[in-house]
Design a protein around this ligand. Sequence first.
Ligand SMILES: CC(C)(COP(=O)(O)OP(=O)(O)OC[C@H]1O[C@@H](n2cnc3c(N)ncnc32)[C@H](O)[C@@H]1OP(=O)(O)O)[C@@H](O)C(=O)NCCC(=O)NCCS
Length: 184
Amino acid sequence: MTKEAFWNKHHLGCDEHYLVHKLREDKDYIPELSRIALKNGEVIGCIMYSKAQVVDGLDIHEIVTFGPLSVAPKWQGCGVGELLLRETMKLAAGKGYKGIVIFGEPDYYPRIGFKTCDNFNITTSDGKNFDAFMAIELAQDSMKDIKGKFYESEVFENLPKEEVEEYNKNFPKLKKLRFPGQWD
Ligand SMILES: CC(C)(COP(=O)(O)OP(=O)(O)OC[C@H]1O[C@@H](n2cnc3c(N)ncnc32)[C@H](O)[C@@H]1OP(=O)(O)O)[C@@H](O)C(=O)NCCC(=O)NCCS
């Protein structure tokens, strides 16, 4: 489902389905916040959370990130993504997490309340800010004392192309196509 949701969406093909595979075995994965959406027993949506940090010198703040978030193509635009987000944000708040920082679709997440990280004095690990780098507080002012550089789990950077290609053999073959709007 994740492969179908992301295939050719942002890049030629995708690797998010392999990320799902790796993340669920990873020490940083947080299953108690992650959820799937089911319709008549079929998985039509999925959101996976993992541990992340905002580091300011010796101050290390434990926060969370999510990704991938995916909705099956035929169910996109029906509110499933928003439902998964709102439900899991409640869970994360209930477990005492202060905030969520993500790299995500800059035109989608602001409707849920995400703001770019420059609003929180948070930068990427190499000191950058851009539209796709966003955060949300899980309670009022819960991130007011959190600033610094954002680090997500290493699993996000450990998706070699050859491993993705090998993993693709487990699924029906999809054609790699170029579309306008892809990021690269
Ligand atoms: C992005 C995604 C998770 C959103 O979930 P969804 O269930 O389709 O979206 P919702 O039904 O909650 O919200 C629908 C609204 O969001 C908008 N929207 C959906 N995807 C969007 C996107 N990529 N960019 C901007 N707006 C988007 C829709 O136009 C719709 O707007 P409207 O209510 O004004 O008509 C889903 O479309 C998806 O899986 N996309 C492919 C994978 C992906 O890009 N994941 C996110 C990567 S950060």
